[in-house]
Design a protein around this ligand. Sequence first.
Ligand code: 13P
Length: 340
Amino acid sequence: MFDTQPLYKVAKVLLAPRKGILAADQSVTSMNKQLESLGLKPTPELRRLYRQLLFTTPGMEEFVSGVILHDASIRNHTDEGTKFSDVLIAKGIIPIIKVDKGTVPHDNYPREVLTQGLDDLAERAREYYNMGARASKWRAVLTISDNTPTMENLRTDAMTMARYASIMQNAGLLPIVEPEVLFSGSHSLRRAQAVTTETLRVFFSALVEQKVDLKAVILKSSMVLAGSSHKNQSTPEEVAVATIETFKQSVPETVPGIVFLSGGQTPKRATANLNAIAKLEAESDLPWEFAFSFSRGIEEPVQNAWLGKKENVPLAQAELIKRLRLNSLADGGEYSPDME
Ligand code: 13P
């Protein structure tokens, strides 16, 4: 079995206070949709230019401990030919590789999906390690409705996630496990809390069963909040209470940290919720470090400033730094909306 000690150090670096993870691992399809929504015609070159803009932003290392990359990006490079992974490493930022291959329908379970990507995972992990990655991410997707997620869907996805984590630890990559409970839906805060608690319990029980070293795992979680179309939208204080209560009921104390996805919340809302969670954390005696790991919650304003134009790159990079700084403040419970 691989020695997981070096991964404790990776976890510590990724969870450094006041820093977070930039999730720049949109699939080609998602990235194309984002480019189209800016009125642009997606091309591989435009996707490369966008990632170059992000990763070469001066000073981002003050707020960013790791960047999650898609397979296409870890193989890509700057105009000068420097690999994106090397650009990040030079700044002291850990390249994290998204290794799942997306979802497919869970046959016989309407509206539910399963995450793919185990088959050649050990070989891919070796290749990514040699490219400089020291952590990885795998996302499972759970939808809340009157009759989902089913226990069968949770268990199957959890077993796959546990295999992923075990393969990663044996390849020298810290696994970030991301069972995303989707924000979309009309469910209440109470229901979101119940589903997220159950989900995390099932996933961690599978990790334990597969003898994954939980000290070398980071959880990437949704914040717990009422569904996006529920009549009562949760306040930051409600989100903080429900989220922390959920973790107390479901996340083993040995896990070193929990990072949050933004899940389709507006950037401001995601930051305000992170801030409320950090404030409550400071009053509670919790075993985990918290940090942000947003994609849309950080990148939306960057993309809107960029619009695919070279002359807008400095403005877009300034937007990136602004959003990162606000999230770094929120990580310490020191953000307020009038800083926007
Ligand atoms: P969002 O912050 O846009 O939810 O994305 C985070 C992520 O990594 C999704 O897998």
